[in-house]
Design a protein around this ligand. Structure first.
Ligand SMILES: [Zn+2]
Length: 268
C-alpha cells in the first residue's frame, strides 16, 4: 500500500523549493487534444518500422533542444560546459556514467557525455544493417499483409523481423530511448530555467518530453524504474490530464503525488 502523498513526495528527496518544472503553472505544453493518437501505431504499419520511425522522430525533437545548450555564449563557452555541469546529472540524486572502450564506467561532463551519445545514436540510425529502411521517410504504405498483432512467439521471432530489422534491433532502440531520456532529464534538472524558460521554449520542451514518455512507455522502450529522475513530473502529468488514463505512462504514475503537486500550487 502506498503511503500518503506527502510521504511519497518526500521519498523523492526533491530540493526545496521544488524545481519550477514541477510547478503546474510551468508544466504546461502546447499540444491540445489527445496525445495517444500521436504515439499509436497505424494498423497497417509493421511494429519494427513504427519503432524505427519513433526513434528518428524523437531523436530529431530532442536534438533541437540540445542545440540550444550547445550555443556559445559571449565568453565563448557553451551553456552546458564542464564548469556548469561537471557530471551527466539529473538533480543531486542521479548521475550517469559512460562506458569507455574497455566497458569501464567513466564520469564525464554532461557536454561530453551528450556528444558521445549523439555520435553513438547517429551511428546506429545511419547503419543500414540496423535501420534497413529509411525510417525518417517511412511512407506507411498500406499493406494488408501486416496484421495488428505482433507475432512474437519463440526465439525465432523479433520486433521488425518481417521488415528486415536484425534481432538486436529492439534492444538497441531501448538503449537509444534510455540515452535520450537521460538527456531530457539533464535538460530539466540543469537547464530548464536557463535557457529554456527564458527563451520561452519550456512549453515546447514539455510537449516533446511528454510525447516522448508516452511513446517510450507505450512501446516498452523504457521501463518504469528507468523513469525515476522524472517521476514527479510524470505524476503531475497524470494528475493534470496530460497523460490519458488509458496510457501506460499514466499507469506508471503516482496519481496521489501528482494531485498533491497540483494542491501545493493551489490548482486543485
Ligand atoms: Zn548541462
Amino acid at each position: 500500500m502506498m503511503g500518503s502523498a506527502d510521504e511519497a513526495l518526500n521519498a523523492y528527496q526533491l530540493p526545496k523549493p521544488l524545481p519550477i518544472w514541477l510547478n503546474p503553472a510551468y508544466a504546461r505544453h502546447i499540444v491540445k487534444g489527445n496525445f495517444m493518437t500521436l504515439s499509436a501505431r497505424p494498423k497497417t504499419v509493421e511494429e519494427g518500422e513504427w519503432v524505427a520511425h519513433q526513434v528518428v522522430e524523437h531523436y530529431r525533437n530532442l536534438w533541437n533542444f540540445v542545440r540550444v545548450i550547445y550555443e556559445k555564449e559571449e565568453d565563448g563557452k557553451t551553456l552546458c560546459n564542464s564548469t556548469t555541469c561537471p557530471r551527466m546529472s539529473a538533480g543531486a540524486n542521479h548521475s550517469y556514467t559512460w562506458l569507455n572502450s574497455r566497458f569501464e564506467p567513466i564520469e564525464l561532463p554532461a557536454f561530453e557525455y551528450i556528444t558521445l551519445m549523439q555520435r553513438w545514436i547517429s551511428g546506429k540510425i545511419d547503419d543500414t544493417k540496423m535501420f534497413p529502411t529509411e525510417a525518417s521517410g517511412v511512407s506507411f504504405s498500406h499493406n494488408p499483409q501486416i496484421t495488428t498483432t505482433a507475432l512474437l512467439n519463440g526465439p525465432d521471432e523479433w520486433v521488425g523481423k518481417r521488415s528486415g530489422f536484425p534481432q538486436e534491433f529492439f534492444g538497441i532502440c531501448q538503449t537509444i530511448f534510455l540515452q535520450m531520456f537521460r538527456v531530457y532529464a539533464h535538460l530539466y534538472w540543469a537547464h530548464y530555467t536557463e535557457p529554456f524558460y527564458h527563451l520561452n521554449l519550456e512549453k515546447q520542451l514539455n510537449s516533446c518530453f511528454s510525447h516522448f514518455v508516452l511513446t517510450a512507455t507505450a512501446l516498452d522502450l523504457l521501463k518504469p524504474q528507468e523513469l525515476e529522475p522524472m517521476q514527479p513530473l510524470i505524476d503531475l502529468w497524470a494528475a493534470n490530464g496530460t497523460f490519458p488514463p488509458e496510457s501506460k505512462a499514466y499507469e506508471y504514475a503516482n496519481l496521489k503525488v501528482g494531485q498533491r503537486l497540483l494542491q501545493l500550487a493551489g490548482m486543485a
